[in-house]
Design a protein around this ligand. Structure first.
Ligand code: SAM
Length: 245
């Protein structure tokens, strides 16, 4: 049986590349997103009543997960296990799955009705910019919270113990940008505290690439930082080149 879904909208987020995106929602609570409906689904009636809910489930396509030849692997290496131990794909939230669909419960900040239809303002996302959204459902605490659920290999949010420091120029740029991007300092701190490095590097006692300058594309800038021992230092926010036409 072939199944075909049409995306109902596109999610616009602050995460312009996969590197640096937190591995689950709400780890960076202030990370903003906007869901813009495609013309066919941009109907005010379709979201009527949604504003009564504080959180929604987003069901989405991992559109940037390119499995080789559409193939999939029954076992994957989750970052939570240091990236070197395999478990069954269905025991993980890995993007590399037979049907590459993701699900995230995120905060619904507001529902705006614009000329071209509704726009949902969201926060706490773990989703790449331009991701196709397949469905939205309200989060129902009475059913979705399961207090005695067992957590498998991910019993609590990852604790990296990393301290995030800022150079003076970086802090000045952040304060300037916060005029148009609210909570930017908290967003950057949250992303880096979650340790964006691949699991095989962050798990090591001494990182051979320590001191190397890394970049993460966020909003309209490239965040430059280095890590040494347990300290991540933000060096600067570099404006990005406009895309070539
Ligand atoms: N909360 C969702 C879930 O459980 O289905 C996603 C969890 S998945 C581990 C989160 C990671 O997926 C992010 O850190 C990012 O690297 C990746 N990701 C997010 N959006 C993506 C997209 N559109 N295509 C491919 N990978 C994506």
């Amino acid at each position: 049986m072939a199944v075909r879904f049409e995306p109902i909208g596109i999610l616009h987020t602050c995460y312009k590349e996969k590197f640096g995106i937190p591995r689950q929602p709400n780890l960076v609570a202030d990370a903003p997103a906007r869901l813009v409906f495609t013309p066919e689904f941009a109907r005010e009636e379709a979201v009527r009543g949604l504003e009564e809910f504080s959180h929604v489930w987003l069901i989405f396509l991992f559109h940037e997960t390119r499995a080789k030849n559409g193939s999939w692997s029954p076992m994957v290496r989750p970052p939570r296990l240091g990236g070197n131990k395999k478990v069954g794909v269905f025991a993980t939230r890995s993007p590399f799955r037979p049907n590459p669909m993701g699900m995230s419960a995120v905060r619904l900040e507001s529902v705006e009705i614009c000329d071209k239809g509704p726009v949902l303002h969201l926060s706490g996302v773990d989703i790449l910019d331009q991701t196709p959204i397949l469905d939205i459902k309200p989060y129902l605490p009475y059913s979705d919270i399961i207090p005695d659920a067992r957590n498998g290999f991910a019993p609590a949010p990852p604790r990296t113990g990393l301290e995030v420091q800022f150079s003076e120029p970086a802090m000045a740029r952040i304060r300037e940008k916060e005029k148009t991007i609210p909570n930017l300092l908290s967003i950057i701190t949250g992303i880096l505290e979650n340790d964006p490095r691949p699991a095989y590097r962050s798990g090591r006692k001494s990182d051979p690439e320590s001191g190397r300058i890394s970049g993460i594309r966020l909003f309209d800038f490239d965040l430059k930082w280095t890590v040494e021992k347990d300290v991540i230092r933000v060096l600067d926010l570099e404006d990005q080149e406009p895309p070539l036409i």
